[in-house]
Design a protein around this ligand. Structure first.
Ligand SMILES: *[C@@H]1O[C@H](CO)[C@@H](O)[C@H](O)[C@H]1NC(C)=O
Ligand SMILES: *[C@@H]1O[C@H](CO)[C@@H](O)[C@H](O)[C@H]1NC(C)=O
Ligand SMILES: *[C@@H]1O[C@H](CO)[C@@H](O)[C@H](O)[C@H]1NC(C)=O
Ligand SMILES: *[C@@H]1O[C@H](CO)[C@@H](O)[C@H](O)[C@H]1NC(C)=O
Length: 350
């Protein structure tokens, strides 16, 4: 089995690291944390995002104050050795002009790159793509992965209503697959914002949008076309652990696609899920039973999840999930190293 082979190679790699670089079980990789460069906030303000009492709001949530230094010190407080940084939704999709969206994405990617150059053993960047503009997104993907050597790519569940799974995104998936890219999928707001009844989008619409994207990837056949692409969905896969058997059951019916139940379940459990805001006993018990410790990765969603909540969340993972020390090693860093070979080489190069 290829995954067994990978695990074996990973073991050899880990053993080959020089003294104490990665010391199980203390090492921790956070795949879900956000940088908030001021150029991005300025662009949102200029585009008319709500500003209340001097604070910018995005999807109903105040955009936190953030600096590179505060990020590193938060990592120290959380016991996080290495973080991948990305831009949260909506990325640059609020810029409607393709050329301008690409320019903004490029500026932000260059800033993310600077952050990682300042802390090469602590930070890796996930490329921001100017979707739904496919050609511009592919150019940016090539620039980030091939020239800047980013550790992976960030996608959103939808970009202006174009969901993962949409045939229009075929060339993007082909370009990702050709590079064995490591992909992190962050939830976004659906375009019909009225469904949230005025409540903050991340509270429930983000997890539901993750379900929509995973469902669309299933029912359009796009995931089946690229089954080897390593994809992480945030926040415990949204509501997928709870809804997967329902989706797979309905998908067996001819009017919904007539897909084989076991194949659907295999596809849905073939992703990785991070545990940001999914650290309660109820959530971790479901995740452990649905996808297992070999498919879970650590995420904090800092700074959108405040430091104190991220800290207590991480502190409860082992007990709440009743995970063994070995399982904790997978969740804390071993799975992330398998998903992101470029992190492994960055640490090895040290
Ligand atoms: C990882 O972080 C932990 C907690 O902050 C620390 O004890 C450990 O030495 C770090 N490991 C490496 C290799 O930096
Ligand atoms: C507005 O901002 C000021 C300064 O940050 C703060 O002291 C005040 O409480 C805020 N008012 C409201 C209504 O949020
Ligand atoms: C992608 O991974 C496959 C299998 O792991 C390997 O055969 C292929 O050479 C890799 N391609 C690239 C571009 O790294
Ligand atoms: C915790 O997991 C162990 C196996 O690792 C199992 O024996 C035990 O029953 C579990 N405890 C609970 C409360 O589920």
């Amino acid at each position: 089995m290829p995954s067994l082979l990978r695990t074996l190679l990973l073991g050899i790699f880990l053993a080959s690291l020089t003294s104490g670089q990665i010391t199980s079980p203390n090492y921790r990789i956070d795949v879900h944390s956000h940088a908030i460069p001021s150029i991005w906030k300025d662009a949102m303000t200029a585009a008319g995002f709500q500003v209340k009492n001097g604070t910018l709001y995005n999807d109903g949530v105040p955009v936190p104050d953030w600096t590179l230094d505060s990020h590193i010190s938060a990592m120290d407080t959380l016991g996080v050795n290495y973080s991948t940084i990305s831009i949260t939704a909506p990325g640059v999709s609020f810029v409607k002009n393709a050329g301008k969206a690409k320019l903004l994405a490029r500026s932000i990617n260059l800033i993310l790159h600077e952050y990682t150059q300042a802390h090469p053993t602590r930070l890796g960047a996930l490329c921001l793509l100017p979707l739904p503009h496919v050609n511009e997104a592919i150019e940016e993907l090539k620039f980030c992965l091939d020239s800047l050597k980013f550790v992976g790519v960030g996608l959103y569940t939808n970009a202006n209503g174009v969901y993962l799974g949409d045939p229009a995104l075929g060339p993007v998936f082909a370009a990702l697959d050709a590079r064995n890219a490591s992909v992190f999928v962050h939830p976004a707001s659906p375009t019909c914002t009225s469904v949230a009844l005025g409540y903050p989008m991340p509270m429930t619409e983000y997890p539901f949008d993750t379900v929509r994207a995973i469902e669309n990837l299933l029912l359009t056949g796009q995931r089946a076309q690229y089954p080897g692409l390593k994809m992480i969905f945030a926040h415990g896969g949204g509501a997928i652990p709870y809804l997967a058997t329902r989706i797979a059951g309905i998908a067996t019916l001819s009017y919904a696609g007539g897909l084989a139940f076991t194949e659907t379940m295999a596809q849905l459990t073939g992703y990785y899920f991070d545990i940001a805001r999914a650290t309660s006993a109820i959530q971790l018990t479901a995740l452990k039973s649905f996808i297992g410790a070999n498919k879970l990765v650590t995420g904090t969603d800092y700074p959108y999840v405040p430091l104190s909540q991220a800290q207590s969340g991480l502190a409860g993972v082992q007990v709440n999930g009743n995970f063994t020390d070995e399982e904790m090693g997978y969740i804390k860093y071993q799975n992330a190293l398998e998903i992101f070979p470029r992190i492994a080489s960055a640490l090895q190069r040290r």
